[in-house]
Design a protein around this ligand. Structure first.
Ligand SMILES: [Zn+2]
Length: 431
């Protein structure tokens, strides 16, 4: 299921919605975004559908610690959905370190015909009919000393009963109820997509196959385009895919994740900051790793294990000097700490063994008969990579270009998480 969202923000009532393709991969583009109206404090109007919505034939009410669910899903599916929502909320609220403070009211429609006439509010009907979702929200603000403060926020979700939409919307509802807003579109939708794909104890990529295929088939969208202001939610599932990709990289890669959470919290509390302000100084590195992430993107890919070490020092070998580097099997490209010029002849030797699967046998840096576990090299020059080349446990190699030498244990990029062990590589000029 691919997501798009519709956001209509009324400061008295804020509406966030999701459009999901009913069939096939290329959903139609439709959605609009409404304007914001300013009104200071007074009694918050209750949203169109309150908690006391009566359970009607076909539509039943279920609740769990954080969710009140009205749905025509069969009881076991309704409970399974509640469990999934609670699990996701633990991850999302744990990430923001802000426990959910208010029940999240969800209306999940499996079969619209099971809902009595007029039981679905006019604001939600178009989304449900489009097999999509929408979150109706109210925010109460108070302005003191020129500062507008959110004093209360309430959201109600309407979503079709597919796999992703209720979870995606629940992220919006949680953010809105906890912070009074969901942040700029790139962040709001990127995090909602991240939330719906999040799996406990799963750090790898697990996304919709259609989204994966699309992202791998395209030239990377410019980061500045993804985070551009004034974007319209509900624009296209393709844009949602790019927003997911950026947020996944920023949340998973250790070079950027430390700054990503405070950026998110600042955006959710309406502070004056931006992606550019926080990551501007690392623009070259982040662009490089973003392209690298998209190039190797696959189910199970670990952005955390494939991050680049930007702090490593590289030196040119002279005379009989040698350099040593420890290369782990459970990581992507790692610095060999040697810079070369085309034509340089190096002698490479290794000690130690590694494994390319939990149950696999111990291998030297020559790898197995299929070449898995073989020591590989690549040259990095000015944020560009050469083609990778084979090395091995003991070999002589003539540099095919200029650059910093990086090494790794050859394995499919999306299956290094079950690797173990490391080899120590010693490099010196060949005689
Ligand atoms: Zn959304």
């Amino acid at each position: 299921m691919k997501h798009r969202c519709r956001i209509r923000r009324i400061l008295i009532a804020v509406v966030v919605g999701t459009l999901v393709a009913a069939q096939g991969i290329m959903p139609p583009v439709s959605e609009a975004q409404g304007g914001a109206k300013e009104k200071s404090a007074g009694k918050a109007k209750t949203p169109p559908r309150g908690k006391e919505a009566p359970a009607v034939a076909g539509v039943n009410e279920y609740s769990s610690k954080n969710f009140l669910l009205h749905t025509d899903l069969p009881p076991d599916e309704a409970r399974e959905l509640l469990t999934r929502l609670e699990t996701m909320l633990v991850l999302v609220s744990g990430y923001f370190q802000k426990p959910n403070s208010q029940m999240i009211e969800m209306n999940v429609v499996k079969n619209q015909a099971s809902w009595p006439p007029n039981s679905i509010p006019p604001d939600a009907l178009p989304s449900i009919e489009a097999k999509a979702g929408i979150t109706l929200s109210v925010t109460q603000t108070r302005t003191t000393g020129g500062q507008r403060q959110v004093v209360a926020a309430k959201s109600i979700v309407w979503a079709v009963a597919d796999r992703g939409t209720p979870q995606h919307e629940a992220v919006h509802a949680y953010c809105h109820q906890s912070f009074g807003r969901t942040g700029p579109t790139w962040y709001s939708e990127g995090m909602a997509e991240l939330g719906q794909y999040w799996k406990a104890k799963e750090d790898g990529v697990h996304i919709h196959e259609g989204v994966l295929k699309y992202l791998k088939s395209q030239e990377p969208k410019e980061l500045t385009e993804i985070v551009a202001p004034n974007q319209k939610t509900g624009d296209s599932w393709q844009n949602y895919s790019w927003r997911w990709a950026l947020c996944h990289l920023l949340a998973a890669n250790p070079n950027y994740k430390e700054r990503f959470k405070p950026l998110g919290l600042a955006l959710l509390s309406d502070q004056q900051t931006s992606f550019e302000e926080v990551y501007g100084p690392m623009a070259k590195e982040i662009n490089f790793e973003y392209s690298f992430f998209l190039k190797h993107l696959d189910q199970g890919f670990r952005a955390d294990l494939c991050s680049w070490d930007w702090k490593a020092k590289f030196q040119k070998l002279k005379g009989t000097a040698s350099v040593q580097a420890k290369i782990d099997a459970m990581r992507g490209w790692q610095p060999a700490r040697v810079v070369v010029k085309a034509g340089d002849k190096l002698s490479i030797s290794t000690t130690g063994e590694w494994m390319v699967s939990k149950s696999g046998k111990k291998l030297s840096a020559d790898g197995d008969e299929e070449g898995k576990g073989k020591l590989m090299g690549i040259l990095f020059e000015d944020y560009r990579l050469s083609e990778p080349f084979e090395l091995g446990a003991n070999c002589e190699w003539e540099a095919t270009g200029d650059g910093n030498l990086y090494l790794r244990c050859r394995d499919d990029w999306n299956s290094i998480a079950d690797n173990s062990g490391s080899v120590t590589v010693k490099i010196k000029l060949a005689n």
